[in-house]
Design a protein around this ligand. Structure first.
Ligand code: NAG
Ligand code: NAG
Ligand code: NAG
Length: 191
């Protein structure tokens, strides 16, 4: 019963670990605001990002109609200067789902004329996915080691020269004979 309980506990822990390692959150950029030129400037996205925790594997969803905005990932320098020349990547179709594949700072802007300057820019900080610790040692039942024989099996002639008979002096003959021997599993008694 106790053993059964332990196994259930281990299965539960493994399931929880597995679930953790594949957990993936989606972040709708700007929430209901979506991805646009925000009325009050870039503070809208700065505020939004400050309330989120981004982890590798998470997905950013940029909600915008194709053709009037886009999403470009850029360097910090380009982000600060709203430089739309040669972005790291450019997604033109909205809504855009962007999976965060690396840790560190990520910068996104819209490359449409003056949109970035007007505040359509997002900086986020992505943390590495938590490392999944290896399952506890006890989770894998260690095989029972097979007994290793300390010598090759031996054949014993019971009573030696006496043989197997009614001994002249009584059972002491066989007890004396046996006392001088060491018997291991696999040995053979002959007569
Ligand atoms: C914009 O970025 C490009 C590529 O990184 C660079 O060659 C160019 O000089 C930058 N423009 C400005 C105005 O900084
Ligand atoms: C983007 O993510 C949303 C929410 O998870 C999902 O409903 C939608 O199908 C995804 N779109 C694409 C193109 O993957
Ligand atoms: C991002 O996180 C790293 C590690 O925690 C930190 O060193 C860095 O300053 C952060 N960057 C920003 C812009 O918050």
């Amino acid at each position: 019963m106790a053993m059964k309980f332990n196994i259930l506990a281990i299965v539960a822990i493994l399931a929880a670990t597995l679930h953790c390692s594949v957990a993936q959150r989606t972040h709708i950029v700007g929430d209901s605001l979506g991805w646009l030129v925000p009325p009050g400037g870039s503070i809208a996205y700065t505020t939004w990002a400050s309330k989120q925790t981004f982890t590798v594997g998470d997905v950013l969803i940029f909600n915008f109609p194709t053709g009037i905005h886009n999403v470009a990932q850029v360097t910090r320098t380009s982000f600060d200067a709203c430089n739309t020349t040669s972005p790291i990547s450019l997604t033109t179709n909205g809504p855009a789902n962007i999976t965060l594949t690396t840790a560190g700072e990520h910068y996104y802007i819209c490359t449409f004329s003056s949109h970035c300057d007007l505040g359509q820019k997002l900086a986020i900080n992505v943390s590495a996915a938590p490392s999944t610790s290896p399952p506890p040692q006890s989770a894998t039942p260690s095989p029972v080691p097979a007994p290793s024989p300390s010598r090759t099996p031996q054949t014993y002639i019971v009573g030696d020269n006496l043989g197997w008979l009614v001994p002249p002096g009584g059972s002491i003959a066989y007890r004396t004979w046996a006392a001088t021997k060491t018997f291991l599993v696999g040995d053979i008694l002959g007569a």
